[in-house]
Design a protein around this ligand. Structure first.
Ligand SMILES: Nc1ncnc2c1ncn2[C@@H]1O[C@H](COP(=O)(O)OP(=O)(O)OP(=O)(O)O)[C@@H](O)[C@H]1O
Ligand SMILES: [Mg+2]
Length: 275
């Protein structure tokens, strides 16, 4: 393998794991407004810049717009006003289609095919790259299968390939969803409340796994979290939302009680403390 002057292996841009050059702003939202039908201004004037390789937590009360923000970054929702820019190593993409996306997403409710095997669910992650007819026949190249095995091993599910997903625990299902997202080998990974439905111990083990994979593969990780303690422990940066606006953006140690009162109402804080 070729090496760079610093002795590091020379890798093509966009080859997983990523070897980022200078930190660049990879996700940029400028004064973004998003509406749902009959529900205007769910996001109202969001501006933020996320650099390559950052690990960012989105926090905020239920209904503040966390999922909407992640879907907006992913290009799944139209922007009513403002601008979204996604920058890759060598390209800038202002528009998005599923085919050329640089974003992988783990959804709040896993979005797995329950009756299919673990292996097939992970392989589905590569569908965007496979040809249509192959997809229809359930045929995947050997290289994709090898990759699926590798990522299942990464998430600690070696030996579970042929289990049906509906026979797994919630923590195991979440690991399948993570392996499927890794399979896409994208520069940006978004995770919407990846541990919300898990018991505290499993939640921590999944967060530790996400943190390890993030260090290993160097993608940009943006995840929404319900628990402030998890955001503090696992992320470099926290963005606080309230009613569709950014009301906090900073390092976890500056999340003081006073700041939390700006993000959450008193009732929200009582509920959070009771967990
Ligand atoms: N498809 C939709 N149609 C209309 N309104 C929606 C839709 N999805 C979400 N909303 C509304 O938009 C607002 C933001 O929702 P969103 O799901 O982004 O919040 P959230 O912060 O992710 O909440 P939670 O913590 O409960 O997941 C809420 O008031 C919600 O009711
Ligand atoms: Mg949500």
């Amino acid at each position: 393998m070729n090496t760079t002057p610093s002795g590091l292996p020379h890798l093509e841009p966009n080859v997983f794991p990523f070897h980022p050059s200078a930190p660049v702003v990879q996700v940029e939202l400028e004064d973004v407004f998003v509406d749902y039908p009959a529900r205007p201004n769910v996001l109202r004037g969001i501006s933020l810049a996320i650099r390559r390789g950052e690990r960012v937590a989105i926090i905020g009360p239920s209904g503040s717009g966390k999922s909407t923000l992640l879907k907006t970054i992913n290009g799944l929702l139209p922007i009513a006003r403002g601008r979204r820019t996604i920058r890759l190593e060598s390209k800038v993409r202002e528009t998005y289609t599923h085919k050329n996306s640089s974003v992988a997403m783990i959804f709040q409710e896993f979005a797995l095919a329950q009756r299919l095997s673990v292996f097939t669910n992970v392989l589905i992650g590569s569908l965007g790259k496979s040809r249509g007819w192959a997809k229809a026949l359930g045929w995947f190249p050997a290289s994709e299968k090898a990759k699926a095995r590798k990522y299942l091993e990464e998430v600690g599910l070696k030996g579970y390939e042929h289990r049906r997903v509906d026979q797994l625990s919630s923590g195991q299902k979440q690991r399948v969803a993570i392996a499927r997202a890794l399979m896409q080998e994208r520069e940006i990974l978004l995770a919407d409340e990846p541990v919300a439905s898990l018991d505290p111990e499993t939640a921590y083990s999944v967060l530790r796994l996400l943190a390890r994979l993030h260090s290993e593969f160097n993608y940009t990780l943006v995840l929404s979290l319900h628990e402030i303690s998890q955001a503090r422990e696992f992320c470099d940066r926290v963005i606080g939302l309230q009613e569709g606006r950014v009301v906090f953006d900073g390092i976890p140690s500056s999340l003081t009680g006073k700041t939390l009162e700006t993000i959450y109402s008193v009732n929200d804080l009582i509920e959070l403390n009771s967990h």
